[in-house]
Design a protein around this ligand. Structure first.
Ligand code: UDP
Ligand code: MG
Length: 319
C-alpha cells in the first residue's frame, strides 16, 4: 500500500505528552484528512516527549500497522516546543503540518490550508477565533499572554495563534537553521517573514487525556516567549530610575523647605518608605537581569536541544 519512493508531499508533526488515549483517533482523522489530498504520500511524525503513560507503546502499535507513521522517542520530557522542533527536524515532506495530539486543532482544515498554499502562501497559520471547552482561567491567561507579548515583542507575532500551521520546505529549512535552544516556535516562524496567511478556526475541546500544561509550565513558556522576543524588560531599569529621579527631586524640595522653615526632624516614616521602595525596585530589576542572564548562560552552554532515544520507521529505511 505504501510506497516510499516518490517524494513525500506532506509531513504531519505531532508532539505527544501522555496522549495514549487519543492517539488512535488522531491517526484515523489525520489519515482521513490527508488521503484525499496527497494519497499515501504523507508521513505522520509522532514525537513522544517523555510520556509516563503508554504513549510510546501506542505509537509502536500504530507504526507497526501503518508504515506512514514515524515514531520518535525523546530520552525524557523536553517540553512541547522542543518536542515539536525534534519532529520538524525529522520531517521530510515538501509541506509540514503541525498539530496538537489532543485534536484541539482539527486536521480536517488541512484542505483549506493546502489551498491557500497552492495560491502562493509559504505559511498558513491557524488563528483561534473561539476556544471550546477550556477553563475561564486558561482563556484569560492566554489572552493576557498574547496581549503582553504583542506589547513587548520587537517582532509582530500574530495574536491567538498556536503552533497549528502548515509550512513549506523553505520555511522549515530556515527554521531549522535558527540555532537557539529556547524555542518559541510560533514567534520564530513569525520572525522569519515569508508570505504568511492566517486561517481563522474554532479551537476544539481536548479529545482525550489531560492538558500537559500546568501553571508552572505555562509561566515558563511565557517567560521563554517574552525573553526570546523582547529586550524591553531589561530597559525597565532605566524607566524605573527615571521615575525615581523625579520623585527624589520632589523629595529634595520637601527636605529643603522643611530645613529652612520648620525645625522638625524629617520623619523616619518617609525614610522607611523610601528604603522599602528602592529595595523593591532594585530587587525587581535584578530579577529581570537574572532572567536574561540565565538564558544567555543556557545558550552559551551549547547543549543539543533534545536527545532522541529511539526512532521508529523513519527516513525511508522501510523494510
Ligand atoms: N506536549 C508536549 N510536551 C509537554 C507538554 C505538552 O509534547 O511537556 C504536547 C501535548 O501532547 C500536545 C501539545 O503539546 O500535543 C499541546 O499541549 P496541551 O494540549 O497539553 O496544551 P493546551 O492545549 O492545554 O495548552
Ligand atoms: Mg491541548
Amino acid at each position: 500500500m505504501t510506497s516510499p519512493s516518490p517524494p513525500l508531499a506532506l509531513s504531519v508533526v505531532v508532539p505527544c505528552f501522555n496522549e495514549a488515549p487519543g492517539l488512535a483517533e488522531l491517526h484515523r482523522r489525520v489519515c482521513e484528512a490527508c488521503e484525499p489530498l496527497v494519497g499515501s504520500r504523507f508521513e505522520l511524525v509522532l514525537v513522544n516527549d517523555g510520556s509516563t503513560d503508554a504513549t510510546w507503546e501506542v505509537i509502536g502499535r500504530l507504526g507497526g500497522a501503518d508504515l506512514r507513521v514515524v515514531g520518535l522517542d525523546l530520552s525524557r520530557n523536553f517540553g512541547h516546543q522542543l518536542a515539536l522542533s525534534a519532529g520538524l527536524e525529522f520531517a521530510r515532506g515538501e509541506r509540514v503540518l503541525v498539530l496538537d495530539a489532543d485534536l484541539q486543532d482539527p486536521p480536517e482544515l488541512l484542505g483549506a490550508m493546502m489551498a491557500k498554499m497552492d495560491d502562493g502562501a509559504d505559511v498558513v497559520f491557524g488563528v483561534r477565533e473561539r476556544r471550546e471547552g477550556e477553563t475561564v482561567f486558561k482563556r484569560a491567561s492566554a489572552s493576557l499572554f498574547y496581549r503582553v507579548l504583542e506589547g513587548l515583542a520587537e517582532t509582530p507575532i500574530p495574536r491567538d495563534t498556536g503552533d497549528f500551521r502548515l509550512m513549506n520546505r523553505r520555511v522549515c529549512a530556515a527554521l531549522q537553521a535558527m540555532p537557539e535552544r529556547q524555542r518559541f516556535v510560533r514567534g520564530m516562524v513569525a520572525w522569519l517573514g515569508f508570505r504568511q496567511v492566517p486561517l481563522p478556526y474554532v479551537r476544539q475541546q481536548r479529545f482525550a487525556g489531560e492538558s500537559g500544561y500546568p501553571l508552572g509550565k505555562m509561566i515558563a513558556f511565557a517567560l521563554d516567549a517574552i525573553t526570546s522576543f523582547s529586550v524591553n524588560p531589561l530597559r525597565l531599569a532605566v524607566y524605573i530610575s527615571l521615575a525615581l529621579f523625579a520623585v527624589s527631586l520632589l523629595l529634595m524640595v520637601y527636605v529643603l523647605v522643611s530645613w529652612l522653615f520648620f525645625r522638625a526632624v524629617v520623619g523616619w516614616a518617609s525614610l522607611g518608605f523610601i528604603l522599602a521602595f528602592l529595595g523593591a525596585g532594585q530587587f525587581f530589576v535584578l530579577g529581570v537581569l537574572g532572567e536574561y542572564l540565565g538564558r544567555v548562560y543556557v545558550e552559551a552552554k551549547g547543549r543539543p536541544r533534545f536527545v532522541v532515544r529511539e526512532v521508529l520507521g523513519a527516513r525511508g529505511e522501510d523494510p
